[in-house]
Structures are given as C-alpha cells and as structure tokens.
Design a protein around this ligand. Sequence first.
Ligand SMILES: Cc1ncc(COP(=O)(O)O)c(C=O)c1O
Length: 367
Amino acid sequence: VEDWATVPGTTDLPTPCLVLDAPAFHRNLATMAAFCRDAGVSLRPHAKTHKSSWIARQQIECGATGIAVATLAEGAGLVAAGIGSILLTTPAAGAAKLSQLHGLLAGGGDLTVVAESVESVAELADLARRFSKPVDVMVDVDAGNGRTGALTPGAAADVASAIAARPELRLAGLQAYAGHVQHIGSLADRGTSQQAVRDRTSAALAAIRARGIAVPIVTGGGTGSFFNDARLGPFTEVQPGSYTVMDQEYAILETVPGEPVFEPAIYVVATVVADAGRRWVTVDAGSKALAESYTSPLPVAATGAHSYRPMGDELGAIETTAGSRPARGDRILIRPAHCDPTMNLYRSFFLIDVGERSAREIPIDLR
Ligand SMILES: Cc1ncc(COP(=O)(O)O)c(C=O)c1O
C-alpha cells in the first residue's frame, strides 16, 4: 500500500480522504469467512464499522449469512441496496424509531430486531399486527457491559415468553454482545472476562430453554472476541465489524495463539501543510479527519514520520524522526486509532489496488 500514490487517479485526491487497500481488505473478508466456516458458526459482519452497502455486499458474497446494523439509517440503506437478513442490534424505542422501523418492514425489509424488556415486546407486537407474517425478534441479553439487554436470566426468559406468546412475533434467537471485552489488551484478562460473558449468556439461554422455548440463533462477539466465542460457545453466530478494515486499537492487542490475524486496510491520507522547523510538521487532518481514541493514529510508510497527534479540529502534528522529516506537500498515510467513528466522518473512500493499478471511489452511504 505504500506505493498507493503511483496508481493513476490518485494524484488529485483532495485530502484529508480515506483510502482502502483492496487486497488487504479482501484478504480480511476471506480470512474471517474461512474461519467461521471451519468453526461451524455463522458470520454476520457488523456494518457499523464501514457504513457502506458496497462493503456489506462484498461480505455477503464472501460467505456472510447476514449483516448487523446499529442504526435504522444503516438498515434503511441496506434495504434500499437490496440486502436481506439484517439484524438491528440496538433496541428501537420511541415513536420516531418505531415508525421508521414500521416503514422499513412495510416496505419489505428483511429485518430482525432485538428486545430487552416485556414492554418493548408489546410495542413490537403492536407494530407487527399490521403485517401478514411475524416479525423476527431476538432477546437482547446484557453480556456484562451494562448498555442494553435483560439483566438476569429470569428477565431474559420473561422477554422470550412474551415474544413466544405473541403470534405477530417469532423468536429468532438471543443476542449477547460483550463490548466491554473486545479491547482488553491482556489476553489473560480478556479470557477471564470472556468466560464471564459465556456464563451469563449460557445462563440466559438455559432459563429460556427451561420454559420449553427454542432459541435458533445465539449471536454476539466482535473482532476482539470472535475466536473464543466461535470455539467455546454458546454462540452460533458472530458479528465482528472492525476485522474488515482494522485500526490501531485492534493492532495493539495480543491475539490468541492460532487466531486468524487481520491486516490494516483503511488509511486517512493527510497532506503536510506547514513546517516551521519544529520537532513536528503540520498536516491537514485533525479531529474532524481522525476520530479521537485512547490510543493514537499511526503514520505509516512515510520517511521521517514518527507519530501523530491531533492539534484541534482541522490540523494534526506528525512528530518527526531525528535526521529526516516529511516535506511540505507530502501526503502521508495514517492508520486510524478507531475505524468506526473515523469512517463515519467521510462521505466516501477510495478503493485502491496497487497491483491492479486501479482506484475507485465508493460511497459511505449508510450514515
Ligand atoms: C452490537 C455490536 N456487535 C458487533 C460489534 C462489532 O465489534 P468490533 O468492531 O469490535 O468487531 C459492535 C461494535 O461496537 C457492536 O456494538
């Protein structure tokens, strides 16, 4: 990817912009798909990472059985793009969201939703009354991160019973997403937290099954946990997102021995706009170009570029190495610290294949 600027069509790219290294991206998709196939779990990549219907389609063509979305806007974009088997992983509440959800389902959208409470089930059943076929609902279980989901096995079973009691709804499965474990750096600590997640998820599953209710799918897991989730259960489906393009938050994590490794594929391109002889040069990428995080974006493949730090909204500093520094006008590839909120800042990315000498602009159309 360091030779990206030799590809015809890249010279005039306005910076800051996003480039996606096509071969690394396709390898990431194939690696995750092969792993899930071999492990016997379904793959439902999360589109919150990339917000691109084009990437979602590539993921389906590479073996994903469906796509997960965080927002109704992402869901609407995928429905418009003709993509089916969409799981909205965030509960829908409030008149505006329920009406948008109703519109998507009425328009034929193939959408599964989650519910964490009996009240939410009642709202969904009301909404589903107007349809000829039942709406698929998963029981959302709090895997321990305290964001959404039924808190206890008994509460999860109550939600499942409420779904099972409504002919307008069909119980599609259980979701337990453990956001709090994904970025635990130490493998030992992550392993301990994952065991707690498995215990909580298994207890909820057992409580639902004890009521004679079948749970066809158990979904959860991200890029930091899919390996153990898939191998150790009780998950039958994983929903990782970041593996698609990767970022510094994931690049600095220890991986489990034997775990597939994913390649950095997304970069922000920034131009050196000022150099007054300080220890750093100034680039046109600040917090509006690279989302801030607990770790730092990393300049790559640029001689003399050591590290990056934001200097406000519009500008950033590239600290230089002794003896060499990027020149004014140079364009520098920067690996984002966190891919999801960084991609969310752009309307498109440029898909670049250095070997094929091709560059193509792809919209980020699910924002
Ligand atoms: C519900 C849910 N599932 C899956 C993911 C994907 O996680 P990752 O990007 O760490 O692979 C996320 C990310 O926040 C999420 O919120």
